[in-house]
Design a protein around this ligand. Structure first.
Ligand code: MG
Length: 370
């Protein structure tokens, strides 16, 4: 069997490294290019170990040829599959560029759909690219979906604050928030699990990917993350996708679809946690606000992502509390209103929202006595 060529954008992140891991165990794929940001030493080890011919990133590596941009990397390699795993607004441009040079896009950068869904989907159709979600919940729904869907359920873990008394939540710092109950992931997405901004993004992602109206997308907590997604059909059938939480499974599926070639851990009977718990709205104020005022408004979706990126940086640096993180995000989203007609306007609104977030943070920090 001929090997499929793969480019991994964001190779040193959590999804990127697990993609490398998957490819080195299942065989049949060859990594022909990678991109990375600041993590040069780690990138150097990956590129040398797998003898990856091309890269784009900071610094100069011992092996491989450096290319000047992600677009150059994609143009040079024209891979069978791109795994796009660059988080945040930075990943949006990369996801769009990927569509020009590949046949299959394994998409982990959910911001492409959150911040630019309509434009992104149009280009996917125009270029005839196969778009496969890497997000575990969306991989689950992708595997379950068929005609005659009544509604879907995305599951959430509830993040690190799920069992914290409500009056203590606002005072929490990075150490507490980074303790995710079930998934091992990057820092930003772990904070996003605690605010449930991540789940809000995932509701939007599901709406865009599967063309399901928001009123038919429900979110419930499954404490163990054993259930990844549920599809209710009109005849009353309920299809449940479950398995032990391991991102390598949806990554492998996005690479090998429609085949399954990954060997994962098989659940024991005791792993079958089918509990579904309603979301406590006052525990996750951004999620509650977002379902009402953000999901249908593209400018606010962009603003939510921008404010979230800026505020999380301040939170992880210990400059603001968890409560102030929530306040900052809500303030920005509430104060952005604009019509977005193309991708350039996405980046313009992103910039406005970032500036608003920085102003809000400066006001908070001035109040705090040194
Ligand atoms: Mg997810």
């Amino acid at each position: 069997m001929e090997e499929k060529t793969v480019v991994i954008l964001g190779v040193t992140g959590s999804i990127g490294t697990q993609t490398v891991d998957v490819i080195s165990t299942i065989g049949g794929f060859r990594i022909v290019g990678v991109s990375f940001g600041k993590n040069v030493d780690f990138a150097n080890r990956i590129v040398s170990a797998f003898r990856i011919p091309y890269y784009h990133g900071n610094g100069t590596l011992e092996f491989g040829s450096k290319l000047g941009s992600i677009e150059e990397l994609l143009e040079k390699t024209k891979p069978d599959i791109v795994v796009c795993a660059i988080p945040g607004i930075e990943g949006v441009k990369a996801a769009f560029e990927s569509l020009k040079y590949t046949k299959r896009l394994a998409l982990a950068t959910k911001e492409a759909l959150v911040c630019a869904g309509p434009f992104f989907k149009r280009m996917v159709r125009e270029k005839g690219v196969e778009l496969i979600p890497v997000d575990s919940e969306h991989s689950a729904i992708f595997q379950l979906i068929e005609e005659s869907v009544e509604k879907i359920v995305l599951t959430a873990s509830g993040g690190a604050i799920r069992d914290v008394p409500k009056d203590q939540i606002r005072g929490l710092g990075p150490r507490e928030i980074l303790r995710h109950p079930t998934w091992r992931m990057g820092h930003r997405i772990t904070v996003d699990s605690a605010t449930m901004v991540n789940k809000l993004f995932e509701v939007i992602e599901a709406h865009e990917l599967f063309d399901i109206s928001y009123s038919d997308i429900h979110v419930m907590i499954n404490p163990s993350s054993f259930i990844h997604g549920i599809v209710y059909l009109k005849d009353g059938t309920v299809k449940i996708h479950a398995g032990l939480p391991d991102m390598r499974v949806p990554i492998a599926y996005a690479l090998t679809y429609p085949e399954r070639r990954y060997t994962g851990r098989i659940p024991e009977v005791r792993d079958f946690d089918m509990r579904l718990i309603d979301i406590e709205k006052d525990r996750y104020p951004i999620f509650d606000y977002g379902l009402k005022y953000v999901v249908n408004d593209l400018a606010r979706r962009v603003a939510l992502n921008a404010a979230d990126e800026v505020a999380i940086e301040a939170f992880l640096a210990g400059r603001i509390s968890f409560g102030e993180l929530i306040d900052t995000i809500l303030y920005v989203v509430d104060n952005v209103s604009s019509e977005i007609r193309d991708l350039d306007e996405v980046f313009y609104v992103d910039l406005i929202a970032r500036n608003l977030a920085k102003e809000a943070l400066a006001r908070i920090e001035r109040r705090v006595p040194k």
